[in-house]
Design a protein around this ligand. Structure first.
Ligand code: KIV
Ligand code: ZN
Length: 520
């Protein structure tokens, strides 16, 4: 049976300690509420003694909390602990977290002997426990603390009433093997260790925070301390999204459960990045722009045949709409064809071959070939005319101040000419109504946009029309000095693409179900 691992998020405390990552009061409240909704077990909302702003934020997060435990940090003195309690006491489930640096380096700074520090730990943890039933204690720089002394102080904290003992790798110094050995040693040697929860709190200075956290869990830790996007001091903390997804994807060898709704990960990652001002690197695991993007021909071809070839988790599981196959110089013909089909173009093999040459020339000059680039290539190649089911044979529009605006139009629809005349609310409305009268469809107009591409009264107008039919979106574009004619052509252009796309996705068609989305 799977065992539960608690997720302790410290984005609002350790994360906010990243130089320059300060968040506003309202932003902190918003992030806390998103973390609560996502199923984070414990939210470390701040360090209440640090500033009045921190105190107010922790208090309000505590008052608004729903399911998560709300925790406030304090150093090892009564003033800090009282202030932390004052801030978290209104939470449905409050926790006080108190810490002291126990390694020789930190004992030197505080000028405390081993015995004096041991007494201080007993006093402060007991004081916290007298205020709150839920107390977490951390020996800061635990990894560089002498093992015998670490065991001694952990035992004192447990006896004084701490329910959670956190073992911080404050400077990101440990390795997976050592991280596991320390948790194992504490569980073996410390009396009462079985009655409390050990937490792991890793920093990423050597890039091993995720591996060290997972190793600690395998050795018996049952709480992981982490931040969204790995935000935190220096190289950051363990990234929440990495440990949670690692436990989900490799349940076969790590049989642990978390209560996290992973589909909410991407949204939180974006929000934290926006409010902290810390951009997520494109190749960041799980939440980077490229985490579910495949550019090379071999990978794109594999993905089109079976997504499992190059994806170990589904983008939907972390809240991303779908796989992205950006077209670039490494892309192959299969991906180009699939993308063109998605844009509504149906090309024969020879046409695709010609277009592929031009696509590669463009891709050599441009990092990413976008949809608009492909549309321009198609227009320049003349291949688009192959997909024209509807063409405009004749259009005459009557407009002015004292008569109803009327459009008279003749369309060729798959070789059959059809004609009608219809009134509308303005010349463009009359024209669109006339087209709809001759070619019935459920398509709804989502966007109509006119822009002048040249200057003067004889300016060329470029019109863009976007139609939507049962979730399928199609965009048409056309330019002419006559704005109404450009509008009619753009509308018909969008309809033609819609027809091709609907034919392609009709039952029995072989379009594969890979979505192309902008993963940004
Ligand atoms: O890294 C660390 O040691 C900390 C403690 C305050 C838990 O953040
Ligand atoms: Zn830390």
């Amino acid at each position: 049976m799977s065992k539960q691992v608690l997720i302790f998020d410290t984005t609002l405390r350790d994360g906010e300690q990243s130089p320059g990552a300060t968040m506003s009061h309202n932003e902190k409240l918003e992030i806390a509420s998103l973390l609560d909704e996502m199923g984070v077990d414990i939210i470390e909302a701040g360090f209440p003694i640090a500033s009045e702003g921190d105190f107010q934020a922790v208090s309000e997060i505590a008052k608004n909390s729903k399911n998560s435990v709300i925790c406030g940090l304090s150093r090892a003195n009564f003033r800090d602990i009282d202030r932390a309690w004052e801030a978290v006491q209104h939470a449905a489930r409050p926790r006080i977290h108190t810490f002291i640096g126990t390694s020789p380096l930190h004992r030197d700074i505080t000028a405390l002997s081993m015995d004096d520090m041991a007494d201080k730990i007993h006093e402060t943890v007991s004081h916290a426990r007298n205020l709150c039933d839920n107390v977490q204690w951390s020996p800061m720089d635990a990894i560089r603390t002498e093992h015998d002394y670490l065991c001694r102080v952990v035992e004192i904290a447990i006896k004084a009433g701490a329910n959670t003992i956190n073992i911080p790798d404050t400077v990101g110094y440990t390795t997976p093997k050592e991280s596991a050995e320390i948790i194992h040693m504490l569980l073996e040697r410390v009396p009462g260790a079985d009655d409390i929860i050990f937490a792991t709190h890793c920093h990423n200075d050597l890039g091993m925070a995720t591996a060290n956290s997972l190793a600690a869990v395998e050795a018996g830790a049952r709480q992981i301390e982490c931040t969204i996007n790995g935000l935190g001091e220096r190289a950051g903390n363990t990234a929440l999204e990495e440990v949670v997804m690692a436990l989900k994807v490799r349940k076969d060898i790590m049989p642990f459960e978390t209560g996290i709704d992973t589909t909410k990960i991407m949204n939180l990652s974006r929000r934290v990045s926006q409010v902290s001002g810390f951009a997520v690197q494109p190749n960041k695991a799980i939440v980077g722009k490229n985490a579910f993007a495949h550019e090379s021909g071999i990978h794109q071809d594999g993905m089109l045949k079976n997504k499992e070839t190059f994806e170990i988790m589904r983008p939907e599981d972390v809240g991303i709409a779908g796989t992205s196959l950006p077209l670039g110089k490494h892309s192959g013909r299969a991906a180009l064809r699939a993308k063109l089909e998605e844009l509504g173009y149906d090309l024969g093999d020879n046409q695709l071959k010609d277009l592929f040459v031009r696509f590669k020339e463009l891709a050599d000059r441009k990092k990413e070939v976008l949809d608009d680039d492909l549309v321009a290539l198609m227009q320049a190649s003349g291949a688009e005319s192959q997909n024209e089911h509807i063409t405009i044979k004749h259009l005459r529009v009557v407009c002015g101040s004292d008569m109803p605006q009327t459009a008279e139009i003749t369309l060729d629809i798959d070789g059959v000419e059809k004609h009608c005349s219809i009134e509308g609310d303005g010349p463009v409305d009359a024209t669109f109504k006339a087209i709809k009268q001759l070619y019935e469809s459920q398509a709804r107009l989502q966007l109509y946009q006119v822009s002048a591409v040249t200057e003067g009264t004889d300016a060329q107008a470029t019109v863009m029309v976007r139609l939507e039919d049962d979730g399928t979106i199609s965009t048409g574009q056309s330019s002419d000095t006559d704005t109404v004619l450009a509008s009619a052509k753009a509308y018909v252009n969008a309809l033609n693409r819609l027809i091709v796309r609907r034919k392609k996705t009709a039952p029995g068609s072989d379009v594969r179900e890979v979505k192309y989305t902008d993963a940004s």
